[in-house]
Design a protein around this ligand. Sequence first.
Ligand SMILES: *[C@@H]1O[C@H](CO)[C@@H](O)[C@H](O)[C@H]1NC(C)=O
Ligand SMILES: *[C@@H]1O[C@H](CO)[C@@H](O)[C@H](O)[C@H]1NC(C)=O
Ligand SMILES: *[C@@H]1O[C@H](CO)[C@@H](O)[C@H](O)[C@H]1NC(C)=O
Ligand SMILES: *[C@@H]1O[C@H](CO)[C@@H](O)[C@H](O)[C@H]1NC(C)=O
Length: 402
Amino acid sequence: MAYIDFVFKVSSLALFFIIGTTSRPTTVPKVFDVRRYGAKGNGKTDNTKAFTNTWKNACTWDGPSKMYIPNGRFYLGGVSFVGPCTSKMISFVIDGTLLAPPNNNDIKKDTWINFRYIDYLTVTGSGTIDGQGKESWLLNDCQKNMNCPKLAINMGFDFVNKSRMEGITSLNSKAGHFNFFSVDHFNITGVHITAPGDSPNTDGIKIALSSNIQISNTHISTGDDCIAMLSGNTNFDIYNVTCGPGHGISVGSLGKDRNEKNINGLTVRDTIFTGTSDGIRIKTWESSASTIAISNLVYKNLQMIDVGAPINIDQKYCPYTSCQKLGDSHIQIQNVTLKNIWGTSRNKVAVKFQCSKSFPCKNVHSSDINLKHKGVDGPAITLCENIKGSATGKMIPPHCLN
Ligand SMILES: *[C@@H]1O[C@H](CO)[C@@H](O)[C@H](O)[C@H]1NC(C)=O
Ligand SMILES: *[C@@H]1O[C@H](CO)[C@@H](O)[C@H](O)[C@H]1NC(C)=O
Ligand SMILES: *[C@@H]1O[C@H](CO)[C@@H](O)[C@H](O)[C@H]1NC(C)=O
Ligand SMILES: *[C@@H]1O[C@H](CO)[C@@H](O)[C@H](O)[C@H]1NC(C)=O
């Protein structure tokens, strides 16, 4: 009986494979290799035109298509890959290295590699996008100069839906590594982001006006926020991320512009911060222009290793000395869960709840926090202003909730 059962299983498996293989031709994507369009991986030839032409054919192919960049060093100027595509399902596979022009002026765009108006896009591969940012970091004087040069982001996705990015590495971006704007249903996994800890404004992943985003199994070491959630985001799940060096995982900054939108639904879990200036952070400008809400945030199972400010709600955010202090932040922070967060803090204030006087933080629930400060200035403390909520379990440093 067992034997018959076995034979039956094997034969139905075989049948499955036969059906599988015969139906395959319709799902195997048509490959568009950049070399067939004249691209050269010698690190010198400008491949902008070859890449643009490859994209045109891949995007207008009537069926699944794949734009392929093989091993090699492909010098590439600023490019936009724009849809909508006929192909319905398009993958962009980078196995080689893409090299940005070292001089920012040679990019002539806000974003070095930009994808726009595309559905079912997959950006994958074992390759690297190298922003070659070193030269332009020296030009970044934005801390002092309001009209500082606008440097290019490595890769951007605008109006892209039901898509994903997996496996690639982003290196030494001039400004941020990845930017997402008006993106819906997008998974980022197994991505590697690297720039020196002192490289200015090199945010890892910056996202606005987007929904249903997953970021997982990703390593980010950079000079600014590992992840920055900006205006108008909903339903984010961030897990198994390692962050550091960098400025942590941030919501905001918000409150600078009048037409900002609410942020609703963010989970950050199973994540390790190492040597970052901040861990989890919410920053809203003092005297903010917009009246919006940041709601339903869950932070759990987070390890902090030598982190400046592990938990930092800052509603008096003012990175420049020139900020006008005109009043309280008008941004309402509510429904925040902090659970199982442990490790070491570089600052004495390991937990900072500096909420708005006009819009106090409400419904903040904290449990099992264990953050230790190693320093001559004594044990870690919590700073509390204008916050309502509750606490349960082990709480180190002592809390101010209830
Ligand atoms: C993406 O989704 C948004 C809303 O979910 C929709 O308005 C937009 O048209 C979609 N974009 C594309 C390119 O399909
Ligand atoms: C993202 O991943 C989830 C599973 O974790 C899956 O259900 C969903 O379909 C994925 N979305 C895309 C756009 O690949
Ligand atoms: C977490 O991400 C790392 C890559 O950063 C990966 O190697 C590891 O397998 C992931 N862990 C889980 C449980 O998926
Ligand atoms: C905050 O949470 C409560 C329940 O805990 C819920 O009723 C309320 O709708 C939430 N607020 C928002 C803005 O989602």
